[in-house]
Design a binder for this molecule. Sequence first.
Ligand code: ATP
Ligand code: MG
Length: 658
Amino acid sequence: PTAPRIDYKAELNEQQHAAVTAPPGQTLVIAGAGSGKTRTLTYRVAWLLDNGVLPEQILLLTFTNKAAREMLERVNLLVEADTSRLWGGTFHSIGNKFLRWNSERLGYRKGFSIMDREDQKDLLETVVANSGIDTTGFRFPKAEVLGDIFSMADNTCLPVEEIILTKYPYFDKIVEPITKIRKLYQDKKVETNCMDFDDLLTQSVRLLREHPDLLERYQRQFEFVLVDEYQDTNKLQCEFIEMLTGKDGNLMVVGDDAQSIYSWRGADVTNILNFHEHWPQARVFKIEVNYRSVPEVLNLANASIGNNRAQIRKNLQSCREEKGMLPALVPLDNGSAQASFVAQRILELQDEGVELNEMAVLYRAHFHSMELQMELTSRGIPFQVTSGLRFFEQAHVKDVASFMKFAINRRDEVSFMRMVKLIPGVGGASATKLWMNWLQTEAANAEVMTGKFSDLLIPMSVPKKARESWDQFAFTLDELIVEGKPVTPPEMIRSIYDGVYEDYMRAKFKNAEQRQQDLEQLSNYSSRFTDPLEFLSQLSLLSGVDTENKPDPQQDKDAVTLTTAHQAKGLEWHTVFAIWLADGMFPHARAVEESDLGVEEERRLFYVTVTRAKDELYLCYPLINHQARDGDLLMKPSRFISELSMDLMEKWNVRGGW
Ligand code: ATP
Ligand code: MG
């Protein structure tokens, strides 16, 4: 390789530099917010490439796929290397990659579908209904709850029974039927060639465990494994990492125990805290400088997290100059006053030269942003919301995708049902009958599609009202597969839309125009894929557990970001507004009831929130909540504010003035 272009010493502090250039082996960087952990990981990748490591030999696991993309873009600026050959992304997307190559080894077929939570719920409902288990006599969990229980079991690597006894004790009398449902559900997924999100990981781990040749192969390939946000990994992910790394492999993980905020989803902070137990030889680096935030913001953050008993004490110092402005504490009359304050302040900051994409509004729960969204819309301030119903989870997008999924995976029962129920005149009962008929056709079982959908579907008996649309539906499916192969994604979308979906959509939805535009956007996005399977996987991964929700990454678009605190992890902005900082909202009422541990996790979330701000931080809370279920509710400021010394912030008196 040519001489390095980067002066590593100049761009990194001593600890960062030591980690970046660490010799092979295991390395842990544990440090507070904004101390350059992600930067360290990025430079480590660059340094490895600089030293002759091939991109293929690196596996980079990140919290979102976007984060991986951005890190690799950065790497590209630093060194000359083809980072597209490097495996980078979330655990789910990497798992998906493994399984696309190897699913047949697990009894699945090629081209399995990925189910999102809604699909999962549909399939579970079917399983429960056909299980022969009497679910009427006692309170049986709904499909969503079953999904949660199974997911928790997967992610914590614990038996379902234990999850029920510890987390869902009111179901302790029905452990057995629930366990039976789980088994039936697992079988059903194989039968319909579908995986849910957790399967992308559980099945990957199983693949490596049951096939030593694959384990050996991937261990050899991934000479270097790197993981960001390690504090929020769960047992399953930890196991995945350990398997791929091997006993004496090269592993670098970075994280901050004070930012562990996903225990409700099975994340386990002991992965980072006990790193040493598993890797006794590991080198540990600590960074005590914060590069992100001005001292005023950092002082408040440090004071807040200092109230947590379960936290490793860190002495984080800002290396930035004082700004001369304390974080603002802003009490407001109500939610709409809060929205108008935030909007007003955004405009003022914009006048001062702060770009809109350097500002963000953070909140505990998605619905906290509703009033603000309306206010920003009415004032014409562009914004992007990175939470709530994601683009790909919208009904019309999923409708169209179900055609594509079924055309490729002809055992995909969930997609089949979704599709045929769109046909006017086809209800639940006839849909089930049609599915039974379909299963008896050869095409449903053949590896490659020969012949036409229409030849098989049209002879089936359908309700009289549906006859004509049924035929049209069958012809549309024909267009999606040509000579046994699917056409390109944009061609598929076009055929589905022109063939049948435009009519369905106009019958089903009020705001068909908006939805039509969405589908055009979907089609544009799809044009970068030639393989529909790859496109569909991408859709599923985006709509799943990730934060990203935009089909085309218009990241540079000048817009304010609205996001939940959970999804703001790892990001930074010049100005951060935290809204609805009232007790019961943030901390969440449920967490308060739970236990001290619940409050401590909320406090970590608050720490994550305030440490996103580089220069300015606004802590807003309305005095009255007009939207409370039982009428107007007088609010108390969040305990995360009232427990702090008032010297750390400055109270802004804007009530009545805005
Ligand atoms: P978080 O805990 O929030 O994920 P982090 O520890 O990953 O934060 P980074 O996002 O890597 O921190 O860094 C925070 C900011 O500080 C970034 O803008 C980064 O570029 C900058 N930074 C980090 N280290 C240095 C350094 N040595 N010199 C200059 N800037 C730095
Ligand atoms: Mg980071």
